[in-house]
Ligand binder design. Structure first.
Ligand code: NAP
Length: 320
């Protein structure tokens, strides 16, 4: 075992504050105690900044990351890294996002939960109760419903599989063609249109990139079935707010469950707050779990220090 005083210093660069920062600053040093000395950026000496080859980052200030001139890679504590990819130079350190099977499980549970919420008309019954209105709606079977999952990556595949296990028809969409048991897999622009046309409930689970920014606007919502329902668990800017509000108003979209927004926290004067047919969630569908994330980060860094292998990193051309 390496003696503690010869362990490498691993900068932790984060603008997180309060309890979140304290949680990471206590959990990371403990989880990595045999691998390196985790130090907040603010406590690094000039020599430690110069010798650091890897840093752990969570919403970092890019100017601080730039001060670590010899970094080979950064380990993000989040799964979505669009801000990091936008902030760090393309020829800068490689970006490794958090890929945690626990997060995929948590996200698939959230997708199933909120799909059932829409499928079993919970928002409508809640609204009826407010008006003391007694009216039963026709019950559809999961096998009569098609759920479109946009994005078939780590989270999308887990979610799609869980929906299929629950008896729903699932049609998924990705950038490259895929073949997955029990799933109708589509790709490319034609595949996108097929998913839009077939879905009773559309779930967004792709990364925010230059290709997906604003992907769902009026034209795309008009291609959907009348009264389609939406779940956005990906990133706010993928869905155009004005187009969604118009489609909610016309009834083209019956209900939207939104966990992510252009600006977070959602500003108090945003129209989504007051829409009966919008469920606003405060970015909770699949939070990073400190304990499991620390285990994965520790394993990635141990392998790197022992073998020099950097985990699979973000393709800067594709943006994810
Ligand atoms: P991932 O493993 O990188 O998968 C991304 C999927 O999206 C892949 O299937 C990819 O296609 C597809 N995709 C990307 N660009 C596309 C395009 N232009 N057209 C069609 N498909 C495209 O990502 P993940 O781990 O599943 O995470 C997805 C996103 O979820 C994250 O980026 C993050 O923004 C969001 N997220 C949200 C929360 C929350 O709490 N709300 C938590 C975690 C993550 P290929 O398979 O062909 O590459």
């Amino acid at each position: 075992m390496t003696a503690p005083d010869t362990l490498p210093v691993i900068p932790f660069v984060s603008e997180a504050e309060g309890g979140e920062r304290r949680a990471w600053q206590s959990a990371l040093p403990e989880a990595l105690s045999r691998i390196g000395i985790v130090k907040p950026f603010e406590e690094l000496t000039a020599a430690e900044k110069d010798t650091a080859r890897v840093a752990i980052v969570a919403n970092p200030d890019p100017t601080k990351v730039a001060e670590l001139k010899n970094l080979e890679w950064v380990q993000s504590l989040w799964a979505g890294v669009e801000r990091l990819a936008a902030d760090l130079p393309v020829d800068g350190p490689q970006i490794v996002r958090l890929m945690d099977p626990q997060m995929a499980d948590t996200m698939s549970e959230a997708v199933l939960a909120w799909t059932l919420y829409l499928h079993r008309d919970m928002p409508i019954y809640a609204a009826q109760q407010k008006r003391k209105h007694w009216q039963q709606r026709e019950l559809k079977l999961p096998s009569e419903q098609t759920i479109g999952v946009l994005g078939l990556g780590k989270l999308g595949q887990a979610a799609a599989q869980r929906l299929a296990d629950n008896g729903f028809n699932v049609i998924g969409w990705s950038r490259s063609p895929k073949s997955i048991d029990n799933l109708d897999c589509q790709s490319g622009p034609d595949g996108f249109d097929i998913v839009l046309k077939m879905a009773d409930i559309l779930v967004l689970l792709m990364p925010l990139t230059s290709e997906t920014r604003g992907l769902i606007g009026s034209k795309e919502l008009q291609k959907c079935r009348k009264s389609v329902k939406l779940i956005n668990f990906a990133r706010g800017p993928i869905l155009q707010d004005a187009a969604l509000l118009e489609a909610l108003e016309s009834g083209q979209v019956e209900h939207a469950v939104l966990d992510v927004f252009d600006e977070e926290p959602l500003p108090e004067d945003h129209p989504y707050w007051d829409q009966e047919n919008v469920t606003v969630l405060p970015h909770i569908s699949a939070p990073t779990i400190t304990s499991t994330a620390c285990t994965i980060v520790a394993s990635n860094l141990k392998i790197y220090f022992e073998t020099g292998t950097i985990p699979k990193s973000v393709d800067r051309m594709k943006g994810y």
